[in-house]
Design a protein around this ligand. Structure first.
Ligand SMILES: Cc1ncc(COP(=O)(O)O)c(C=O)c1O
Length: 413
């Protein structure tokens, strides 16, 4: 795979016929990237039809924030209406017969997108709660160790949850960084950095942690639905992530937890709810954790939220992670080359094998600029201290959005 220095947009008007394999970079140019070249990439994009599957009331909006909140699939409204009118409205409580295992069924839809097996993924509640459960579960598997390791730069909710767990458990402490794994029970780590988009070598880092006797909880919030990843092949045993970013599951869509099958009978999670117990409707006197992934569940799941998540995940499954990742690499490659063209500094890795699907632009007026541009329907997001994030969501972002969005940043000065 070429890196972004190899990445070249096609010459203007020379529309190249691109499939997913070649989209990530097999064309030549002789200098400045033009808007026509971006349009030519859109014309050649094998995923271009997917944008029509989303509800986009104003096509002139330049949306580069699908890495925070994906756009709404049209089918979501249809499915929610069906669930509302028929499953809830007409069938009433009888629908629980098939709703009851929806968290696992949506998990099975997501599983192949992240290299998990059937029965290894479940969706419920938010990422924060899923982190809490997974960290506790990992600690329980390493009872002789007392350190939780996390990067001081990782996403705040992961750090806060880890701090809270260490504060609540006598003798536990948090260590920032992953060089020293002595006495580490569990590492909590994002696969893709939420600021720079740097992608960790998951297989190598999982192997290093396991060799040192530590468990790892990987946070795939910025990876699921964005990049091709094979959790099983990487030796990953525990992972969590959200479904409202690249998976287009909707605002507050349920998060997911992956537990490798070999841990299912031993892993213990800290919140003992009735959806996680054997013979749930026996209403027994004590909690008996189920032998499958459902032991990570808590209480009654949100069926409407799971329905929306299912539709978003199905769209990514239909497009295929190979094609999605290839377009993500092409979009971010274009964004980096445009940053260079406009003289905008970016800390995002130039090697497309080492980055996720957003590009960070450093700008002294980042915060104000993001607000100014949003008022003009050019939507990025801001991250402290000086980062404008350009999210490239392969099912909805056009190459011309990347071109126009970065031109707007450059023009704003
Ligand atoms: C890496 C990471 N973890 C967790 C979260 C959010 O957690 P929650 O879904 O509980 O709000 C985000 C949100 O952007 C994130 O980027």
């Amino acid at each position: 795979m070429p890196n972004s220095t190899d990445w070249r947009p096609p010459r203007s008007s020379a529309v190249v016929s691109l499939d997913a394999d070649t989209l990530a970079g097999a064309w030549e140019t002789d200098g400045v990237i033009t808007r026509d070249e971006a349009l030519a990439l859109d014309a050649a994009d094998p995923l271009t039809g997917f944008r029509d599957r989303f509800h986009i009331p104003d096509q002139s909006v330049i949306y580069l924030d699908g890495n925070s909140l994906g756009m709404p699939p049209k089918r979501t409204l249809e499915r929610l209406t069906e669930v509302y009118l028929q499953e809830w409205g007409r069938d009433l409580i009888r629908s629980w017969e098939h709703w009851v295992d929806l968290p696992q069924r949506v998990g099975d839809t997501l599983a192949p997108l992240i290299g998990a097996g059937r029965g290894e993924v479940v969706l419920h509640d938010n990422t924060t709660l899923n982190v809490y459960q997974a960290v506790h579960a990992a600690i329980g598997l390493r009872p002789d160790r007392t350190v939780i390791a996390i990067s001081a730069d990782d996403f705040p909710t992961d750090r806060y949850v880890v701090d809270g767990i260490a504060a609540a458990l006598p003798g536990y402490r948090v260590r920032h960084g992953f060089d020293d794994l002595d006495d580490v029970a569990v590492i909590v780590r994002s696969v893709i950095d939420y600021r720079t988009a740097e992608l960790v070598d998951v297989a190598a880092e999982t192997a290093r942690a396991h060799a040192a006797g530590a468990m790892v909880v990987w946070d795939l919030s910025h990876a699921a639905g964005a990049i091709e990843i094979d959790l099983r092949a990487c030796g990953v045993q525990l992972a969590i992530g959200c479904s409202y970013k690249f998976l287009n599951g909707g605002p507050g869509a349920p998060a997911w937890t992956y537990v490798a099958r070999e841990l299912h009978s031993t892993i213990q999670q800290p919140i003992w709810g009735w959806f996680a117990t054997e013979n749930q409707f026996a209403m027994g006197p004590t909690f008996q954790p189920r032998e499958d992934i459902a032991r990570m569940l808590l209480g009654t799941p949100s069926i409407l939220a799971l329905t929306a998540a299912q539709v978003g995940i199905e769209l990514s499954a239909e497009a295929g992670m190979k094609a999605i990742h290839a377009k993500g690499q092409a979009l971010t490659g274009l964004a980096i080359d445009l940053c260079d063209q406009h003289g905008l500094p970016t800390p995002t890795p130039r090697d497309q094998l080492r980055r996720g699907n957003h590009v960070a632009v450093q700008h002294p007026r980042a915060k104000a600029l993001v607000q100014e541009l949003a008022a003009r329907n050019v939507i990025f997001d801001f991250r402290e201290p000086n980062i404008i994030r350009a999210g490239c969501s392969p099912l909805t972002t056009r190459f011309v959005d990347v071109f126009d969005g970065l031109a707007a940043v450059a023009a704003a000065g």
